[in-house]
Design a protein around this ligand. Structure first.
Ligand code: NAD
Length: 254
């Protein structure tokens, strides 16, 4: 049966790949993203996927986006609170308070506004899956990325709590914790971290891989594979879990 899938931050990177993979399975998919240009490009490449320019920090815009989906589809079976931003790089004493706030807002306020709606419609339906995108930074901490690590650690606390609140209603809630994912976002992050630390970006790239048992970065498809499995019958008893897709991080010192 075709599932109804909603993905935030879905116009590029991991979210876009998840959206494309669900759509390829015949599911109805809607994404939102704050980057209107990325939304236009994604919509042109994926005419079967519903795509809207919405900022997850904007309560009124998010409520309206989700209300349109509810009116058209009657609810959702899978909701991925995926929108996130890497935030500023640097030691905490060098960071601007506004940059801290922006990072927390995109990652945590966005997840709150998304999950608030998902909880209501899924509780009423008596079924559903929420997947929140955390990070290995949310399991390990991350030097020079304190706002990001704090936000992603908060995502895991939100996930655990929602799994408890919604489990009795038949709704599963999990978090995914990708390691370093190949793509434009990490290329930008390598540049920022190099500027903050004085290291060569290629050295940082190798440090990310060398901190994992499998000595690897991961791909957006690796992440999408896990989310599709979570949405499959084989994962029907999996809830409250923070699942790393990272080649097994041993140290997060990059
Ligand atoms: P990305 O930059 O390619 O995609 C993130 C998308 O979110 C972008 O399209 C961006 O426009 C959108 N977005 C940003 N702020 C938004 C907002 N306020 N409202 C709505 N959309 C917004 O990055 P990605 O790697 O695909 O990241 C997706 C998620 O995965 C994020 O939560 C990120 O923190 C997490 N993550 C990424 C990595 C990695 O290595 N790339 C590792 C661990 C976790």
């Amino acid at each position: 049966m075709s599932r109804r899938v909603v993905i935030t931050g879905g116009a590029s990177g991991i979210g876009a790949r998840m959206a494309e993979r669900f759509a390829a399975e015949g599911d109805r998919v809607a994404v939102c993203d704050a980057d209107a240009t990325a939304v236009a490009g994604f919509a042109a490449a994926n005419p079967g996927i519903r795509a809207e320019a919405v900022d997850v920090r904007d309560e009124a815009a998010m409520d309206a986006f989700l209300a349109r989906i509810e009116a058209d589809w009657g609810g959702a079976d899978v909701v991925c609170a995926n929108a996130g931003t890497g935030g500023p790089a640097g030691r905490i004493e060098t960071l601007a308070f506004q940059d801290w706030r922006d990072c927390i807002a995109v990652n945590l306020d966005g997840a709150y506004l998304t999950c608030r709606w998902a909880a209501r419609v899924m509780r009423a339906a008596g079924s559903g899956l929420i997947v929140l995108t955390s990070s290995t930074s949310g399991q390990w901490g991350h030097p020079n990325r304190s706002p990001y690590a704090a936000a992603k650690w908060g995502i895991i606390g939100l996930m655990k709590t929602l799994a408890m609140e919604l489990g009795p209603a038949g709704v599963r809630v999990n978090a995914i914790c990708p390691g370093a994912v190949e793509g434009p976002r990490m290329e930008r992050m390598l540049k920022n971290q190099a500027a903050a630390s004085g290291k060569d970006p290629e050295v940082i790239r190798r440090e990310y891989a060398s901190g994992t048992s499998l000595k690897t970065w991961v791909t957006a498809d690796d992440v999408a594979d896990t989310v599709l499995w979570l949405a499959s019958p084989g994962a029907s008893k999996i809830s409250g879990q923070a699942i790393a897709i990272d080649g097994h991080t041993e140290t997060n010192s990059a």
